[in-house]
Design a binder for this molecule. Structure first.
Ligand SMILES: NC(=O)c1ccc[n+]([C@@H]2O[C@H](COP(=O)([O-])OP(=O)(O)OC[C@H]3O[C@@H](n4cnc5c(N)ncnc54)[C@H](O)[C@@H]3O)[C@@H](O)[C@H]2O)c1
Length: 447
């Protein structure tokens, strides 16, 4: 697929760059101009994961930062040491409009509730987007980002970087090569708890907002609420339904990624969940989510059950056929095949069981790819990334459907993906999208 100018707002320079793939056959002077340029990148969210995202993206020889945006002025210090002199901004909207055609791409590393607002605004301007996982905070947003990326023909990558790690690529290859035959079931788990960072069940006692923080901008699309110290910003926001996705939101796009990639999964047919510790504010302390996916050429049957466990819940360890004394990893996936079992720990090399059958067979490690540089290369050259929104959108939708099911415990939800409906379950359907605060509406793709 070639990048072409997505809309009238794209600059001439951006056009040359975006058209890189399409330049074959064009006068070589145009191609040379493109090949000599850098990708001008802005970062939104500069500390936490943002620091590592920007460090990695910035290590590409042809990436050039032209703006850093963070709502907390104290959060620039680390990235400034690494890339001195990049102008600071507080509000991504003001940065986008100020820089206009002076930037080509954005790295989005904010809390989840703001991913869609930032990525959608950028793609509507024709900018390439690297966006942290989960791609969005709601199912509707994931669908819109996928559609908008295709419409804008920009290069995208979700930030579940382990997708490109040798460990995951090895597991994917083994499964696709049929190491354990066709797959009959998958069990995935992460021992963390969905309200493990705050251990709160109701909005906490408010406190004064630090001078450095623009709390209103931090809230962004979310309803107004008072700031409280040490429970939202930084990092702990992931416990709260308004901002994050609990353990499923935090780890689903990592741990279910090799399941999706290896088995070619798309939209689930059904999803149902049971949980404990759920309240109206924070995510449950433990949950089990039962998916049924349509079968693929890698599955034994016409449907595939995939079960997610967190908060200390685990699959039946007997299924793993582990040798005595070996325990299940802290997190990972257990693939049950017709001819054996593969465990893909998060993150370590896959193992094949039972050892009597597979013990002597060496596992060849697949080379890692550079997840970040692949995106910069794609922006430069019009190549495609493996974790683009076309792939990451449906993965995120499935993960977030798990959270919809968690909010309607015990109910079997049938997913009408084409219509984005959960027929007969309005109480669940309302969680597919959210209301945006006045002034923060996110447009549908193409709107
Ligand atoms: N891929 C991974 O391995 C991995 C690991 C950790 C976090 N993450 C993801 O990265 C994202 C950030 O998580 P974190 O743990 O770093 O959170 P964090 O709260 O520690 O950091 C977020 C940063 O964004 C800033 N910020 C918040 N709202 C903003 C806004 N509207 N505009 C600009 N800046 C804003 C904050 O001030 C902070 O510097 C999340 O989506 C999370 O799921 C991914």
């Amino acid at each position: 697929m070639h990048a072409t100018p997505p809309n009238a707002q794209i600059s001439r320079r951006g056009f040359l760059k975006a058209s890189a793939g399409a330049l074959v056959g064009f006068p070589s002077i145009l191609r040379a101009q493109n090949l000599n340029s850098n990708v001008q990148i802005v970062g939104v969210g500069c500390d936490g994961k943002g620091y590592s995202d920007l460090s990695e993206v910035g290590s590409h020889a042809r990436s050039k930062f032209v703006g850093f945006c963070d709502v907390d002025a104290t959060r620039f210090a680390k990235i400034d040491q690494k890339f001195p002199g990049v102008p600071h901004h507080e509000d991504f909207r003001a940065m986008f409009s100020k820089l206009g055609s002076g930037f080509d791409a954005v790295v989005v590393s904010t809390p989840d509730h703001m991913h869609a607002a930032i990525a959608m605004a950028a793609m509507r301007m024709g900018k390439h987007v690297y966006c942290q996982k989960p791609l969005t905070h709601t199912v509707w947003e994931a669908r819109q980002l996928r559609l908008q990326a295709a419409k804008s023909r920009v290069r995208t990558q979700m930030g579940n970087q382990i997708h490109s790690a040798g460990e995951y690529r090895t597991g994917v290859k083994l499964l696709r090569d049929g190491a354990i035959g066709k797959i009959t079931a998958v069990h995935s788990w992460q021992r963390n708890s969905g309200n493990g960072y705050t251990k709160l069940i109701a909005p906490p006692v408010p406190g004064s907002v630090p001078e450095s923080l623009n709390w209103d901008l931090w809230l962004g699309v979310a309803p107004k609420r008072e700031y409280a110290p040490d429970v939202y910003h930084p990092f702990k926001w992931r416990d709260w339904q308004e901002f994050g996705g609990g353990t499923m939101g935090d780890f689903g796009c990592h741990i279910l990624d090799p399941v999706f990639t290896a088995l070619g999964l798309g939209a689930p047919k059904t999803v149902r969940a049971e949980s404990e510790g759920l309240n109206a504010h924070t995510w449950p302390s433990a949950e089990t989510v039962h998916y049924v996916f349509p079968g693929t050429k890698y599955t034994a049957k016409e449907t595939l059950p995939v079960t997610w466990y967190d908060g200390g819940r685990l699959p039946d360890v007997a299924l793993a056929k582990l040798p005595a004394g070996v325990e299940l990893a802290k997190a990972g996936s257990l693939f049950i095949g017709e001819e054996g079992v593969l465990i893909q720990p998060h993150v370590a090399m896959p193992q094949l069981y039972p050892v009597e059958k597979f013990g002597a067979r060496p596992i060849v490690r697949e080379a890692a790819a550079n997840h970040y540089h692949a995106w910069v290369d794609a922006a430069l050259n019009g190549t495609e990334t493996s974790d683009n929104f076309e792939y990451a959108g449906p993965l995120t939708e499935a993960v977030l459907l798990g959270n919809v099911a968690t909010r309607t415990p015990g109910v079997l939800l049938e997913w009408d993906s084409a219509e984005m409906r959960l027929p007969g379950h309005p109480e669940a359907e309302r969680f597919l999208r959210r209301n945006y605060r006045d002034g923060w509406a996110i447009p549908a793709a193409g709107a």
